[in-house]
Design a protein around this ligand. Structure first.
Ligand code: FE2
Length: 146
């Protein structure tokens, strides 16, 4: 999926600054790893661990946000987070014990990138639209998200 490596960020903006910023950082990080020509194993692992941390922080932000706003589809949304958390954890452990080929690393990263973009366009968009509608002109809660 070479076309996914250089994504156009304007396509994934949902209009909620805190969330948009986190998405951009995550997608840029993945894209940076995917476009690096050769990365030595321990550096690759460090990059994946950094990516895992920012992904987990992002999911925590969204989960707190959904809970604080009594979002009806919280459970469904969280299942989708957990699926992608599993992919990055799987990738991390396989790189750590050197049980994955270079090709398969990139395949897993590409599936992670595709999954994230899909998530942004589906669950995240739904969540933000729902809450924007819920608060209508009282967007204080949403716009004050870090
Ligand atoms: Fe998200």
């Amino acid at each position: 999926m070479a076309d996914n490596k250089n994504f156009n960020f304007s396509n994934i903006k949902l209009g909620l600054a805190g969330i948009d910023k986190q998405h951009k950082t995550i997608l840029e990080d993945i894209s940076e790893i995917l476009t690096s020509s050769s990365i030595e194993n321990s550096l690759f692992l460090k990059k994946i661990q950094k990516l895992k941390i920012i992904m987990f922080q992002h999911y925590t932000t969204e989960e707190i946000f959904m809970k604080n706003n009594s979002y009806i589809d919280y459970d469904k949304h969280k299942i989708e987070h957990d699926k992608l958390k599993n992919i990055i954890e799987d990738l991390e452990s396989k790189i750590a014990d050197e049980s994955i080929t270079l090709t398969d690393r990139y395949k897993l990263l590409e599936s992670l990138l595709r999954g994230l973009i899909l998530q942004i366009h589906s669950q995240d968009k739904k969540m933000i639209d729902y809450l924007a509608h819920k608060y209508e002109d009282k967007l204080y809660h949403i716009n004050n998200l870090r």
